[in-house]
Design a protein around this ligand. Structure first.
Ligand code: UDX
Length: 457
């Protein structure tokens, strides 16, 4: 670890698991480079400060009601959070920046703010304190660039997409097809709030001091090259963050079930299908049952994360047919939340049926675990296209969730020779991506540039 440089960086994650993980990983990277760390966070989905004793945590009120914290409408939650948090955030920052009468002035020397692109008021707050702000892009960078074009595409009459054009590629957003993009653009009711939000994200990003990207040149070369047409500031692709040489610690909002690892220890090498749909996606009861039966029918072992409440209308897994678990004869395990990084790194894990959130996608690539893609919304559709069509390191499940489709995909990946070819390709990509964070690699060089830039303020 480098010597403390007496500079402090303030980080402000969006309160979603998929945003908290990369922000805390970034905090660890900056901490090992000598910066002191303050995390400002909302009450909703507050990170566990006890897991990070070397950082300072400051909670601000977010004004969400109990019902709003339970909402499945993430766009609504983000809109409310942006409306409610501006003043508390400003007050919190003012307190941190205020000159101190005690001798700890050096300790208070704040270099910059880093927050998620989804916070749209922070740029103007940071400017009012003359504080440089970096935007964290926790998506694949090609998605970040592309999603900012959604309002323009809608204005130009992109929707509705005629059936005859559904499979055509979208020229400004490759390799998405028109049918994929129409799913990203949301329902008619979502279009106005979504476009307004995306417009604000673009306007709040343009004046920032730079973007820190949870990706690397090996995964995002074309879009990183294109970025200079949109943004005039430096871009720092320093990811994947979790494979940098920093101490391990959890930033899970839920308690991981540690019995997963001893269970995996008892399984044969590369025999287990890991199934997890991240921290937000939910399923109808019938889709849940199709997945359950599809997994059982493969006769492969599986470890399945079913978050409480993620089967709509049910508490947990009570809608499984009676005797379902017994019928698996020990070949299946269902948990509420898993230590995902440990599971993916385990020798017994042979495949990952995933919704393709960007964190899960990167984590799978870094462990060389091939994927079955079941994207639900947003960037997941683009990530699934890269996995199946560009890198060819997984199989894309499209259309209805159906037991025979699941059974077929698992068999192709885990049993047939197609799986060996996919495994071969993901290992090559894994090695390239892992090399990027080693000394001299693209992400490592970019991290050095980021640190120099922060120190230059
Ligand atoms: C959200 C969006 O849905 C996603 O599209 C976007 O790319 C990031 O923000 P989420 O759906 O939670 O994220 O998925 P993902 O990005 O994969 O993040 C989930 C995180 O939770 C991963 O870091 C994963 O390791 C962790 N996790 C998940 C666990 O630790 N245990 C689990 O059981 C499941």
């Amino acid at each position: 670890m480098e010597k403390r440089n007496e500079r402090r960086v303030i980080l402000f994650p969006l309160p979603l698991q998929g945003c908290i993980n990369p922000m805390l990983q970034l905090a660890k990277i900056l901490f090992t480079r000598g910066f002191s760390i303050t995390i400002i966070h909302t009450r909703f989905n507050a990170p566990k400060s006890s897991d990070h004793p070397l950082f300072t945590f400051l909670q601000i009120p977010d004004g969400l009601s109990e019902a709003e914290t339970q909402s499945r409408d993430v766009l609504l939650q983000l809109t409310l959070l942006n409306d409610n948090c501006e003043n508390p955030f400003r007050e919190c920052l003012a307190e941190l920046i205020k000159p101190s009468s005690d001798s700890g002035t050096e300790e208070r020397r704040i270099s910059c703010l880093i927050d998620d692109s989804g916070w749209v008021f922070t740029q103007s707050v940071a400017e009012s304190f003359n504080l440089p702000r970096f935007v964290l892009c926790a998506y694949k960078f090609s998605f970040f660039l592309g999603h900012l074009l959604v309002p323009q595409l809608r204005r130009e009459g992109f929707l509705p997409v005629p059936d005859s054009e559904a499979e055509d590629l979208v020229p400004v957003f490759p390799p998405l097809r028109k049918k994929d993009l129409s799913r990203i653009m949301g329902t008619r009711a979502q279009s106005e709030p979504l476009d307004a939000y995306l417009h604000k994200i673009l306007e709040a990003t343009k004046p920032a001091s730079g973007i820190i990207v949870l990706s690397c040149e090996e995964l995002d070369q074309d879009s990183l090259y294109e970025s200079h047409k949109v943004f005039s500031f430096p871009i720092f692709p320093i990811g994947p963050f979790h494979i940098h040489d920093v101490p391990a610690s959890s930033s899970s909002l839920f308690e991981p079930d540690q019995s997963c690892v001893p269970w995996l220890d008892k399984q044969e090498t590369r025999s287990v299908m890991y199934v997890s749909l991240g921290s937000i996606a939910s399923l109808s009861e019938s889709d849940f049952l199709e997945i359950a039966c599809g997994l059982r029918n493969t006769n492969q072992s599986f470890l399945w994360v079913v978050r409480p409440g993620s089967v709509r209308g049910r508490d947990w897994i009570e809608s499984l047919p009676s005797g379902f678990m017994e019928s698996l004869e020990g070949k299946g395990k269902i948990v509420r939340w898993a230590p995902q990084l440990d599971v993916l790194a385990h020798r017994a894990t042979g495949g990952f049926l995933t919704h393709n959130g960007w964190n899960s996608t990167l984590e799978s690539i870094c462990e060389g675990v091939p994927m079955i893609c079941l994207p639900f919304v947003w960037d997941q559709l683009l990530n699934a296209r890269f996995i199946s069509e560009v890198w060819r390191i997984g199989i894309h499940l499209e259309g209805r969730i159906e037991r025979r489709e699941i059974e077929r995909a698992v068999t192709r990946l885990m049993v047939e020779s197609e799986g060996d070819e996919i495994r071969g390709r993901i290992k090559v990509l894994r090695d390239e991506v892992r090399r990027s964070v080693k000394q001299g690699g693209s992400s490592s060089r970019s991290s050095d540039e980021l640190v120099d830039r922060i120190l230059s303020f």
